[in-house]
Ligand binder design. Structure first.
Ligand SMILES: *Cc1c(COP(=O)(O)O)cnc(C)c1O
Length: 400
C-alpha cells in the first residue's frame, strides 16, 4: 500500500496527485466501435435518422425481451420518458407524487415539469430507498402517483410497493435507471408497477450517448407514450394535446445496440472492480462498502461507501481531498432534494433520517476507465486520510 508520507504530499496541500488524469464515477462504457459503425451504416442506408426507424424499433424489441416485458418505448432521454409516463399515469385531479428525497438530483424537476408536486418520503436506512412503509405514511387524498426509485446499489422492495399501490389505488411508476440489470426476487426489473423508466445517458450502465426508454406490459400506455413523444400527435380527429418532441434518434439506437452486445463483458469487468474494492477496503475499518446482494442479478456498476463514525474528517472535506487527487468522487445524493433551492413547490414532513444519511455516503471511481490497480490506489489514499486523520481533523477544525 502506498500511504502518503505527510500532509504536504496530499494534492490538496500542493503535493503530487495520486492520478495524473481524472478517474470518475461515470461508467462511460465504450463498446466496440466497429459494431457501432456497422449499426450506424444501417441507419445511413435506410435514410431514416429520427423518429421510429428500424434501429429504434430493433432496440425497443431487444429491450422488451431483455426486461421480459411486452413493450418498450424509447425516448431522446430518460428525463422525458419519466415526465411522459407520469403524465399518463397520474390520477386526474390529484396533485402529489410520493417519492424519496435522497435520490437523483433532477427527479424533483422531472415531477415539476408534469405540473405535479413532489411529496418526499423517508428512506430505509439499510437500503437507502423508499419502502412500502415510508411511502404509505405520505399517501393522502391528493396523491396522484407513487414514484418508486431504486437506489444505486441493489433494488427497493418493488413487490411491497406494488402491494401498497393495489391497496390504496394509487398508480406506481418506477425510476429504475440504476437497476437496469438487476432482479428482485429473481424477477427482472422492468415489469414492476405500471411501468419502469430507464436512461442510456453515457454515465449509465448502457451507454447510448443519450437516450432513455420505458418498459411496460400495458399496451395502451405504450401506445400513448409513442404518440406523446412524437409531437403529442394523436390519431386523425383526436383532440390536440400539448405537443413536444421526445423522439429517440437512430444513432442513439445504433450505440445502444452496440452497448447491449457488450454488456455481459462490462458487467464482468464491473464485478472485478467491485471485488478489488471489497478486498482492499477489507482492511479499512473506518469505511463500509455498500454490498451488492449477490442472491440477485447485479450490474456491479456503482461503488458506494459509508464513512463510519470513526472516519476522521467530514464527508465534504473528504471529497475536496479526493478531487485534488484527480478522483472525481461524488456525494451520495447530497443535498437531498428537499434541501435544494428550487422554483417550485415541494412537500415533506420530518426527513431527519434522510438528512443524516445524506452526510455519510460517497461514490468512488468506477467504470470502464478504472483499472483494478486504480482501485487499490483509491483505497490507499483513503488509508492515507486515516493515517493522517488527526492532523487533517485539526486542519479542518482550524478552517471552520
Ligand atoms: C440519469 C438519471 C435519470 C435521467 O436520465 P437522463 O437520460 O440523463 O435524462 C433519471 N433517474 C435517475 C435515477 C438517473 O440516475
Amino acid at each position: 500500500m502506498n500511504i502518503k508520507s505527510d500532509l504536504d504530499s496530499f494534492g490538496y496541500f500542493g503535493g503530487q496527485p495520486v492520478f495524473s488524469t481524472v478517474r470518475s464515477i461515470s461508467n462511460l462504457v465504450r463498446p466496440d466501435i466497429e459494431r457501432f459503425l456497422d449499426y450506424s451504416k444501417l441507419m445511413f442506408d435506410s435514410g431514416i435518422y429520427s423518429g421510429s426507424g428500424s434501429l429504434v424499433r430493433r432496440f425497443e424489441t431487444r429491450m422488451a425481451a431483455f426486461h421480459e416485458t411486452e413493450h418498450c418505448v424509447a425516448f431522446c432521454g430518460g428525463f422525458w420518458g419519466i415526465v411522459l409516463a407520469i403524465k399518463y399515469l397520474a390520477l386526474p385531479g390529484k396533485t402529489e407524487v410520493v417519492m424519496p428525497s435522497l435520490t437523483y438530483r433532477r427527479l424533483g424537476d422531472i415531477v415539476a415539469w408534469t405540473g405535479l408536486t413532489p411529496r418526499f418520503c423517508e428512506v430505509d436506512p439499510s437500503g437507502l430507498c423508499i419502502t412500502r412503509e415510508t411511502a404509505s405514511v405520505c399517501i393522502n387524498d391528493n396523491t396522484a402517483l407513487i414514484l418508486g426509485v431504486h437506489p444505486i446499489v441493489n433494488c427497493c422492495d418493488a413487490e411491497g410497493l406494488e402491494e401498497l399501490s393495489a391497496e390504496c389505488g394509487v398508480p406506481l411508476l418506477f425510476d429504475a435507471v440504476e437497476s437496469v440489470y438487476e432482479t428482485v426476487n429473481g424477477r427482472k426489473v422492468g415489469s414492476f408497477g405500471r411501468a419502469e423508466c430507464f436512461s442510456m445517458q453515457s454515465s449509465k450502465l448502457f451507454n447510448a450517448f443519450e437516450g432513455g426508454y420505458v418498459t411496460t406490459n400495458d399496451g395502451e400506455l405504450a401506445q400513448s407514450l409513442r404518440l406523446m413523444r412524437n409531437h403529442g400527435a394523436g390519431q386523425p380527429g383526436d383532440p390536440e394535446t400539448v405537443g413536444m418532441n421526445a423522439n429517440p434518434i437512430e444513432v442513439h439506437a445504433a450505440m445502444a445496440l452496440a452497448a447491449m452486445d457488450d454488456v455481459e463483458r462490462q458487467v464482468v469487468a464491473n464485478r472485478r472492480r467491485y471485488r478489488a474494492y471489497q478486498d482492499a477496503l477489507g482492511n479499512l475499518q473506518q469505511v463500509r462498502l455498500v454490498a451488492f446482494d449477490e442472491n440477485e442479478k447485479c450490474g456491479y456498476k456503482n461503488i458506494v461507501v459509508e464513512l463510519l463514525d470513526s472516519w476522521p474528517i467530514s464527508r465534504e472535506f473528504t471529497l475536496q481531498l479526493l478531487h485534488r487527487e484527480n478522483m472525481l468522487c461524488r456525494p451520495y445524493y447530497a443535498p437531498p432534494l428537499h434541501q435544494k433551492q428550487t422554483g417550485y413547490q415541494m412537500l415533506w414532513d420530518d426527513l431527519s433520517l434522510t438528512e443524516r444519511l445524506a452526510q455519510r455516503y460517497l461514490l468512488l471511481p468506477c467504470g470502464h476507465f478504472v483499472s483494478e490497480d486504480d482501485v487499490r490506489s483509491v483505497v490507499s489514499f483513503l488509508s492515507s486520510i486515516c493515517h493522517h486523520g488527526q492532523a487533517l481533523a485539526a486542519y479542518e477544525r482550524s478552517k471552520s
